[in-house]
Design a protein around this ligand. Structure first.
Ligand SMILES: NC(=O)c1ccc[n+]([C@@H]2O[C@H](COP(=O)([O-])OP(=O)(O)OC[C@H]3O[C@@H](n4cnc5c(N)ncnc54)[C@H](O)[C@@H]3O)[C@@H](O)[C@H]2O)c1
Length: 312
């Protein structure tokens, strides 16, 4: 497999800027295109802010923040790229216009990964003459900090594209999963959506406050989930019989709980209740201060995982 040295990032908003910082930290040359006025400065500021975090995670040994090339056209950004990370807004017509612009200018073996959270791979493939080099490479925000990338290909995808993407993402420090069949929201966002639906329902039904429901996640199962996934944790939850014993022992309980889970509709009133709840929970900290605190905790956690030699 070719070593990837030239990468293009198309769209330098929330996600593209973070991908660019991560790719630079791994020592590849990064070509960026974003038509918005001021986007170059925003990108450079973002990289400057993200770099100390990447250093704290020991991810900049090979890195070079100056290997950044900002282009005035998408086709110029992609022409030498072996790997393209698409990060334009979540509107199919915008993605299609971009794909049309770049398709004829891509190197023959270039792989194009879309960051899309909400669009289906099969929808995006309709924007290509030949979609065989396109796959889904869905990150979690911010991609330079959260390790997960969800990968999806299908029968239209060329053989080897998934493996090239997997190898590249792992090289830049990501943890990848394969999605075998497309479903709305992929995998991790569906899991988040399921939990959030029940959290909102508990608020709506007055079972506990917004703050206490958040606490019930981060001080309880959330802490365990950061260590292992739910199946492995339940495998450890019923003695030597493992998950088989767990299923036998608790299937009736879970059936009763699942039957009682709520359905919600995010009305304006409910959104206001959630807003008031997090404002109370934030105890006067600004969203920037809260974000900094969140990121510092995530960095600390990732450092400790690395110390345990559990992250590649
Ligand atoms: N924000 C998130 O939490 C998140 C998480 C995972 C994936 N994503 C996905 O990442 C993609 C980008 O989302 P975002 O949150 O960064 O959006 P954003 O609005 O912050 O950034 C999009 C950027 O694309 C630029 N742009 C618009 N048209 C363009 C074009 N033709 N060529 C190049 N750039 C163009 C815009 O100027 C903007 O800077 C979406 O598909 C989204 O679903 C977002």
């Amino acid at each position: 497999m070719p070593e990837i040295e030239e990468v293009a990032v198309l769209g330098a908003g929330v996600i593209g800027s973070s991908w660019a910082a991560l790719f630079l930290s791994a020592g590849v040359r990064v070509h960026v295109y974003d038509p918005a006025p001021g986007s170059e400065q925003h990108l450079k500021d973002y990289i400057e802010t993200a770099w100390p975090t990447l250093e704290a995670l020991d991810m900049t040994e090979q890195g070079n923040p100056d290997a950044l090339y900002v282009h005035t056209r998408a086709n110029l950004a992609v022409e030498n790229a072996q790997f393209v990370q698409e990060c334009v807004p979540e509107r199919l017509e915008l993605k299609f216009a971009l794909f049309k612009d770049i398709e004829a200018h891509l190197a023959q073996d270039a792989v194009v990964a879309s960051s899309s959270s909400g669009l289906m791979l099969s929808e995006m493939q309709r924007g290509w003459q030949n979609p065989s080099r396109l796959l889904l490479g869905h990150p979690f925000n911010p991609p330079h900090l959260i390790p997960l990338v969800e990968l999806l290909t299908n029968s239209e995808t060329s053989e080897g594209v998934l493996e090239i993407a997997e190898q590249f993402y792992r090289r830049v420090g990501k943890i990848t999963i394969r999605i075998n069949r497309e479903v709305p929201a992929h995998v991790a966002n569906r899991l988040q959506a399921a939990l959030w639906r029940e959290a909102i329902s508990l608020v709506e039904n007055g079972v506990a406050s917004v703050e206490d429901i958040d606490k019930a996640v981060w001080a309880g199962p959330g802490l365990r989930w950061a260590a292992m996934g739910p199946h492995m944790l339940f495998h450890l939850g019923a003695g030597p019989g493992g998950i088989s014993e767990f299923c036998r022992r608790y299937s009736d309980s879970f059936k009763r709980w699942w039957d009682d889970l709520g359905e919600v509709e995010l009305t304006e009133d409910l959104a206001k209740t959630l807003f008031d709840g997090v404002t109370e929970e934030g105890k006067g900290e600004t969203t920037q201060e809260l974000s900094r605190r969140r990121d510092a905790m995530i960095v600390g956690y990732l450092q400790s995982r690395r110390l345990c030699d559990l992250v590649d």
